[in-house]
Design a protein around this ligand. Sequence first.
Ligand code: ATP
Ligand code: MG
Length: 458
Amino acid sequence: MQSKNKRARRKLLVIEDDPGLQAQLKWAYEDFDVIIAGDRAAALTALRAEEPAVVTLDLGLPPDPDGTSEGFAVLDAIVELKPDTKIIVASGHGARESALSAIERGAYDFYAKPVDIDELGLIVRRAFELHAIETENARLSERVGKDQTVLGGLITAAPEMLTVARTIERVANTNVSVMLLGASGTGKELLARGVHDASPRADGEFVAINCAAIPESLLESELFGHEKGAFTGAVKTTPGKIEQADGGTLFLDEVGDIPLPLQVKLLRFLQERTIERIGGRRALAVDTRIVCATHQDLEAMIADGRFREDLFYRLAEIVIRIPALKERAGDPPLLAKAFLTRFAVEMNPQVKGFAPDALAAIEAWEWPGNVRELENRVKRAVIMADGRLITAVDLDLASDGAEDDQPLNLKAAREQVDRLVIRRALARSDGNISGTARLLGISRPTLYDLMKQYDLTP
Ligand SMILES: Nc1ncnc2c1ncn2[C@@H]1O[C@H](COP(=O)(O)OP(=O)(O)OP(=O)(O)O)[C@@H](O)[C@H]1O
Ligand SMILES: [Mg+2]
């Protein structure tokens, strides 16, 4: 019990040669685990043994108690040894200059002597907080960098997803057709590509077709192609997606949306592995691997005759269920960090990580839109962030008061959201009306009207 408590306490290393001050500081910070060192050797030993997150450093140390040379030497040594340590430098009278150059050399902050215990306490506490955030962010980055990237772009640390990835790697070598079942945004397309990339067909084409996005009347021609003159508008012979995927992989996305007549034709292709273009007379052999996906309940569709059972069994030689993001322990913050790093480089390099409230919100949110939603929220937050750390507000995940405060009246609810969004947009554009209107996608007169209505001022 005792040792556990001790381990959890925050370690503060005080490097100070004045015995009076040593005692005073030790006494003042009894909620920290204070370690005292009076010279360079003692300081470095303590640094190695205790790994304190925060250090206060008096620059005037023996053998140069009236100068700064020894203090700077200690500073350099700590920065070299443990660069994540937050070092707070004490500046004596008229030593502001040296405090500033200490910061240039890697110190985190400085305080002026004589020591004001409360003021120094604040600086120390802030340093601990920042250190904790940076440690958490660094830990996440490290995890992202290492073995969490499998199958090309897939990032995960969750056992359920690692099982999915392993299954995919195993089936990739074969020609069996794979059905991916998962809610929207769970990574079905990414995994379909994973199947292709891990297969011996990787040099061939990966051809994706979203069966829900193409009008029924065009879907057949998209899949099977057509000969010149096959129908009005067929001005030249065009191969279909199936043919394009010869030697590669065909990804049938939203396969549950294929109308019944076309299901028959697709089944024939899967049985015979040949196609005929619309208006064509020749059977063309096509060698392709089929991967399909849907968010629909195909079993229910089979039960009421909207999906052919025989087609289902051809498509679903292997079925892989992709868990929702919420069910992947540890993945939301891991993915969030990966997306942050990616988008920050592209769009806003000053952004370095997540504030604690943002991490808590990421853990707590249900992620109904899964990875796609997470990606979008982080992207928008990176673009909008003002500071180095993304907050829950930037992610649009700040809970505004308790559930009970939420109005049930639709008009009141809309007003509340309008106010919130307008205030946020005003803040983002520093009160500039044109900028705010642009952010909100409304005209300036409309914005003026709304601000008047809600009694808002820039
Ligand atoms: N585990 C993951 N690691 C990294 N990126 C991911 C992961 N899962 C999904 N993504 C990314 O999230 C986005 C959504 O993934 P994808 O398009 O594969 O999902 P989907 O299941 O096909 O979604 P929808 O049902 O909306 O079509 C993509 O940008 C994808 O690259
Ligand atoms: Mg998709």
